[in-house]
Structure formats: C-alpha cells, structure tokens
Write a protein that binds this ligand. Structure first.
Ligand SMILES: Cc1cc2nc3c(=O)[nH]c(=O)nc-3n(C[C@H](O)[C@H](O)[C@H](O)COP(=O)(O)OP(=O)(O)OC[C@H]3O[C@@H](n4cnc5c(N)ncnc54)[C@H](O)[C@@H]3O)c2cc1C
Length: 422
C-alpha cells in the first residue's frame, strides 16, 4: 500500500449523502479514499431534509415505479436501484441501529424522527471503513489531458488520486454548500450540462390575496395546471398558501412543470377545493344545505363548507354580501360559489428560485455517464453520483434514494475498476 499520505486511490468531492455513500462503499471494498468537503461538517443539507426528520427513502419497492417518477431519464437508474434500492437502504440503516417507519405516501423516516441519526450512521460508516475526511477543503477544479483527470486543484493544500467521484450536488439551498461548481468542472472536462433550474420549489402568484390565507394548509385538494385553457398536468394531495403564493407537496411536485410551461406563456393554477364532488353533486349539496340553513347569514353558513381562514377570501372573490340570508342567495351567486370551490384560479408568477428549491433539475447529461458504473464516458477516471446528475424526482424520499443508489454504484465501480482499465 502506498504510504504517501497525500496519495489516494479515489478522491470523492462533496460530503453530502451521495459522496458519503460513494466514499464509504469504495473504502469498504478496499480502496484508499479521501472525502473532500468544503464545509466544516458533512451532510449540512441532509440535516435539514424532511424538516429535520429526513425522508430517507420511499417504500415503493417496485423499481419501475421509482423510475417513472424520474421522468424521461428515469431508466438511467435501473441498474443503480437494482444494486442498492429502497429495501437495501432500509436494511443498511436498520443494521446500524437506525430503524425506519413508513408514513403517508410511502415516505420512509427514521423511527427517531431525527435526520441527525441518519448523518451519524454515515459518519460512522466512513470512520469504520477508514475514509480520510478532509473538512474545509474546497476543490477549485481539475486538470485533464482530454481523456483523464491528471490533477485536482484545492484552495488549500494538495492531494493526488487515481479516480475522482464528483458529488457536489446541485445549486439549491446554496447556504448548505451546494453552489453548483461541479457543473462547471464537468463542462470544462467536456461534459454536456442540461440547463439547470430550481425544482421542487414554491411558486409565486400574481394574485396578492394569497397572503390573506398564508399558513393555511389544505389536504385532499386537486391542483390543475392550465395553459391556453388546456389542462397540462394535475396533482391530488396537500398544499399550502404562503405570503407570496403556493407551496406544499403537490405544488412542489408541479413546480418543475410550471417553470417549463412558463417559458411558453401564462400558466393558470386551478385549485379544486372539493375534488370528491363533481359540479352537479356540489350544486345538489349546496341546494340541500341552503334549504337547511335558509335563515342563516351567508357568512355563518360558510364554516360548514370551508376552513375558517378561507372564508373572508371566498366572500370577497364571490362578491356575495356576507350578511345576506341564505334563502336570498341567487342561482347565479350559487353558481359563482361553485366555480370558486371547484376552480379557484391563480396565475403563476415564477418560482422563488434556488434559495428555496429542494432540488435542482438539469445537470450532467446522463447519456454521457455509464448507468451501470456511474463512470464518465468521456473521462475514464471520473465518476458522478447524486444531484449533480440530470435526475430529479418528486418529494417522498425519491431524491435521497437516487443519491444512495448512485453513490453506492459509483463507489463500488471506482473501487473495483483496475488501473489497467482506466
Ligand atoms: C430543505 C430540503 C429538504 C429536503 N428534504 C428531502 C427529503 O426529505 N427527502 C429526499 O429524498 N430529499 C430531500 N431533499 C433533497 C436532498 O437533500 C438532496 O437531493 C441531496 O442532499 C443531494 O445530495 P448530494 O450528495 O447529491 O448533494 P448535497 O447534499 O448538495 O451535497 C453536496 C456537498 O458537496 C459539497 N461541495 C460543493 N462544492 C464543493 C467544492 N467546491 N469543494 C468541496 N466540497 C464541495 C457541499 O458543501 C455539500 O456538502 C431536501 C432538500 C432540501 C433543500
């Protein structure tokens, strides 16, 4: 074994979930590994995942279903999920005394509800496998001869390595260290970068009434996206009003599509507050309710229909006098109310940007990476793992699963590829 303390078989750049898994796995297979992290700690972003509870994977054990969630490039994950899918992730943490539980929508969390426990497992894994961790070690870039990386540039100090695994993540939540430098290095090395954009990100709306209902979370609603009055996409589930627009799981999941559609023109967001009832069923219910409450003021009936926080807004949007007796509400007014309940309209005014995006869409073009090994098809001693790749999934643990899977595969193959093959 080489005794030079600055010489390594593999340098992993970026100590997020993908980098920690890649480094630990490569060292487990006997490689001498250094993990370079520019922060003073590992996994800064991991600690804030799932609101500090870490939705570490998704209890969807059919790989095909996970692949579908990653859209048109999802097939790239086929081999990585087969090698280290959700079941393996759950087992990996359970064996290290962090058992998990499954919540709504297949979201898997540690039983302790602590992202800190997930990070601790990864830190211990690195320690046990003998990975050299270099903190506050910012990588500045690489030199290459066009086929191989010949050297790595650090802001402070120097190291040498035979192989490099790039795990610098995306550009979202830059305060965690994910500032997207890896994209530029990959580009400098000849890789195509699919245009990046904030994804799983809150949406700003043109209508300012949203701030009157900020903080209101609605469960079991349907959101449709419309362009030129044509439905483009929809989601059913939970959403949240914010002081500038909309957030919550189904809005985040639609945000990438909203961004794409906005490039072609205006995007309308239609919220169906009563998706279990069609237009006629809702009308029948209102007519029944109106009969039973005929002497009530309109405003005093509405709590039966809507969350308290929405009442003032719906009254104002409907134009119905809140003090009007229910039996005096006209057919047209009832129709207006139904329209608001079934099709509460907002207009998208962009996303809140990388600062609040859960992930970054776009990145290293997966067509230039071998999906079985995560090895670059252009630079023989370069591998990729995690969010730096052009892969982004919905909320629900899919993105971390992608990081564990690609990190595991990159670590495995970087460790096992002989120097002769490079
Ligand atoms: C608020 C929030 C909540 C989330 N919740 C979930 C969730 O519950 N479930 C889920 O599946 N996903 C969640 N995600 C997404 C998930 O956190 C990311 O997909 C994941 O962290 C990406 O991992 P990564 O290892 O690819 O990159 P990152 O976690 O971004 O790590 C990259 C690392 O590289 C380091 N680095 C960058 N540049 C350099 C450099 N020049 N030199 C040295 N080091 C460098 C960074 O400091 C960082 O530590 C959440 C994201 C956010 C922002």
């Amino acid at each position: 074994m080489d005794q030079d303390p600055k010489k390594f078989d593999i340098a992993v750049i970026g100590g997020g979930p993908a980098g920690m898994m890649a480094a630990g796995r490569a060292a487990e297979l006997g490689a001498k590994v250094v993990l370079l992290e520019k922060n003073g700690d590992l996994g800064k972003k991991l600690l804030i995942t799932g609101k500090g509870r870490c939705n570490l994977t998704q209890a969807e054990f059919d790989d095909k279903e996970i692949i579908k969630k990653f859209g048109k490039h999802g097939k790239f994950l086929f081999s990585a999920l087969a090698a280290f899918g959700p079941e393996e992730v759950i087992k990996f943490f359970a064996e290290r005394k962090v058992p998990t539980k499954i919540e709504r929508g297949g979201r898997v969390f540690p039983v302790s509800d602590k992202a800190q426990d997930v990070l601790r497992v990864m830190q211990k894994y690195l320690e046990k496998q003998g990975v050299k961790i270099m903190y506050a070690r910012e990588v500045l870039g690489f030199e290459s001869d066009g086929q191989k990386i010949t050297s790595i540039k650090l802001r402070v100090g120097e190291i040498q390595a035979d192989k490099f695994i790039l795990c610098t993540g995306g550009k979202s939540y830059p305060a965690t260290g994910s500032t997207g430098e890896g994209y530029q290095w990959a580009k400098d090395l000849g890789h195509k970068i699919i245009e990046t954009a904030p994804a799983l990100v809150p949406i700003k709306t043109k209508e300012s009434w949203v701030k009157d209902v900020q903080g209101l979370s609605l469960k079991n609603v349907e959101i449709k996206l419309l362009q030129n009055n044509k439905k483009q996409d929809s989601r059913f589930g939970e959403m949240l009003f914010t002081h500038f627009g909309l957030s919550g799981p189904i809005v985040l999941d639609l945000s990438k599509k909203i961004g794409e559609l906005m490039r072609n023109g205006e995007v309308a967001i239609s919220i169906d507050l009563k998706p279990a009832l069609n237009h006629d069923q809702l009308d029948a219910r209102l007519q029944r309710d109106f009969k039973e409450n005929s002497n009530k003021d309109f405003i005093n009936y509405l709590p039966e229909l809507l969350p308290q926080k929405m009442i003032a807004t719906i009254i104002s949007l409907s134009g119905i006098d809140p003090r009007k007796k229910i039996n005096l509400v006209t057919k047209d007014e009832r129709k207006k109310l139904i329209d608001l309940l079934k099709d509460l309209r907002l207009t998208a005014d962009g996303t809140t940007g990388y600062n609040q995006a859960i992930v970054t869409s776009g990145g290293v073009d997966t067509r230039e990476v071998d999906s079985k090994t995560m090895q670059s098809r252009l630079i023989s001693n370069l591998f990729f793992a995690g969010e730096i790749l052009d892969l982004d999934g919905p909320t629900g643990g899919y993105n971390l699963q992608m990081c564990w899977s690609t990190g595991y595969v990159a670590g495995t193959y970087a460790a096992s590829l002989s120097k002769a093959k490079l």
